[in-house]
Ligand binder design. Structure first.
Ligand SMILES: Cc1ncc(COP(=O)(O)O)c(C=O)c1O
Length: 379
C-alpha cells in the first residue's frame, strides 16, 4: 500500500470541521483514534474494574514505554513514565550529587519549569546559571562553552525552544557537557513527534517529553529517558512504589529500586491519558516522523513566506534547517489578536509580544492564507 501523504490524515481530527487549528505546540489536536482508545479504557473499567490492571492495563503501560522509546530512538528499559515533565525533572534533580558540582546551566529561552527544579534546591547549595539569548531566538554554543566547568553538574536545556521554535544543536551541547565531566539533560517536549530524534546519536544523558503537543496524546502523560549506563548510579530521593523492583510484595521495610528506568518512576500513572496517547501514537507511527518533518518544514517556510509577504517580520531562526513548526509573529496586543482570530475560527496562541502559530502535518497552506488574511485585516 502506498503511504498516504500527511495532510490526508486531516479527517482523523474532527476539530477541522469546526475551525482552523494552528496551535499544536500548545496542544495537539484530538484524533478519532485517541477518542476510541479512551472509550476502550472506559469500557474496560466498566466491564472489568480492577481486574483489568494485571493483564491489560499493565501491558498498556509497558507498550507506552516501548513506543515512546521508539519515537526518540531509546533502547529498551530506558523510559520512565510520569504525569508531566515537572514531576519527571523532580526525580532527576533528586538523583544527582551536587557536592562537587553544584551548578546547573539553563537558558532564558527554556520552559521555566526546567530551571525551577534546581532553583528550588538553592538551600541545598545548588546554583542555577541562566544564559541569556542575544536575539530572543537562540543561545550561541560559545555561551555554553564559557559557562560549563568542573563545578557544573548539568546542562539542562531544550531541543526546540518553545519561545522561538529554534532547534538547538543537541549533539554539540552534549559534547560540551561531557568534555567538562558534566551531564546533559534535554527537554524535548517541543521536538519529539515533529522532528526525528535519536537520543543515542545525540549522546544525551536525559531526554524528556510528553503527550500534550506534537505526540497527540493530550494532558497527563510524559516520559523520561535516562542513558542505560547511568541508571545504576541514579538513587532518587523523590520516588514511589512504581520504582520498587517488586512493588507487589508491598514491602514497607525496604526500598529496592528497579535496575531499568522504572527506578525513576513514582506513583500510579493516569490510565486515561495513557490510552489517549496510544491512540495518538497510532496516527504518528502510521504517518511516520520523517514524513511529518518534511511536511511541517514545508508548512513552516510557507507560513514565514506568507507572513513576510504581508509585511510581518516573523521571529524565527536565521537558517531554515534550524526552524521547527513554531512561528512567532510580533504583535502589539497578541491577546486581542488571538481572541479576534478565535471568533473567526482560527486557533493560535498569544505569548509576550507575539502571536504564536504552530502548523502540523494535518494543516495545509490554505490554512495559512486564511489565517494571515484574518490576522492582518482585522488590525
Ligand atoms: C518546552 C516545554 N517543556 C515543558 C512543558 C510542560 O511541562 P509540564 O509537563 O511539567 O507541564 C511545556 C509546555 O507545556 C513546554 O513547552
Amino acid at each position: 500500500m502506498t503511504p498516504r501523504p500527511p495532510a490526508a490524515y486531516r479527517g482523523e481530527f474532527p476539530i477541522f470541521e469546526r475551525c482552523t487549528y494552528l496551535n499544536s505546540c500548545s496542544l495537539g489536536a484530538l484524533s478519532r483514534r485517541s477518542r476510541a482508545r479512551v472509550n476502550e479504557y472506559l469500557d474496560l473499567w466498566d466491564a472489568r474494574g480492577a481486574s483489568a490492571w494485571y493483564d491489560t492495563w499493565w501491558a498498556a503501560l509497558e507498550e507506552l514505554r516501548t513506543r515512546y522509546g521508539r519515537v526518540i530512538g531509546a533502547p529498551a528499559g530506558t523510559i520512565a513514565l510520569h504525569p508531566n515533565v515537572s514531576s519527571a525533572l523532580g526525580v532527576v534533580a533528586s538523583a544527582l550529587d551536587y557536592r562537587v558540582r553544584p551548578r546547573v546551566i539553563v537558558t532564558s529561552l527554556d520552559f521555566p519549569t526546567i530551571g525551577y527544579q534546581w532553583m528550588a534546591k538553592a538551600r541545598a547549595g545548588v546554583e542555577v546559571v541562566v544564559l541569556e539569548s542575544p536575539d530572543g531566538i537562540g543561545v550561541p554554543l560559545e555561551a555554553f562553552e564559557r559557562a560549563v566547568d568542573g563545578r557544573t553538574a548539568l546542562i539542562a536545556t531544550s531541543h526546540v525552544y518553545f519561545t522561538s521554535g529554534a532547534i538547538q544543536d543537541v549533539a554539540a551541547l552534549s559534547a560540551i557537557a561531557h568534555r567538562a565531566g558534566a551531564l546533559c539533560l534535554v527537554d524535548g517536549y517541543q521536538a519529539a513527534g515533529q522532528l526525528p530524534v535519536d537520543v543515542e546519536a545525540l549522546d544525551v544523558d536525559f531526554y524528556l517529553g510528553g503527550g500534550l503537543k506534537w505526540l497527540l496524546g493530550g494532558t497527563g502523560v510524559a516520559f523520561l529517558h535516562a542513558r542505560s549506563e547511568l541508571l545504576a548510579s541514579l538513587q532518587p530521593t523523590v520516588t514511589g512504589w512504581f520504582a520498587h523492583r517488586e512493588q507487589f510484595r508491598f514491602d514497607s521495610r525496604a526500598l529496592e529500586l528497579h535496575d531499568d528506568a522504572r527506578r525513576l518512576e513514582a506513583g500510579t500513572p493516569p490510565l486515561m491519558p495513557v490510552y489517549a496517547q496510544l491512540g495518538g501514537l497510532d496516527v504518528l507511527e502510521e504517518v511516520g516522523i520523517p514524513a511529518i518533518r518534511m511536511a511541517t518544514a514545508a508548512l513552516t517556510e510557507d507560513l514565514i513566506d506568507g507572513a513576510r509577504a504581508r509585511g510581518l517580520v516573523p521571529k524565527v531562526a536565521a537558517r531554515a534547517e534550524a526552524r521547527s513548526a513554531i512561528v512567532m509573529l510580533p504583535a502589539e496586543d497578541p491577546h486581542a489578536d488571538v481572541r479576534r482570530l478565535a471568533e473567526a475560527g482560527f486557533i493560535a496562541d498569544a505569548r509576550p509580544g507575539h502571536v504564536r502559530v504552530s502548523p502540523y502535518f494535518y494543516n495545509v497552506p490554505d490554512d495559512h492564507r486564511a489565517f494571515l488574511e484574518c490576522l492582518t485585516h482585522g488590525r
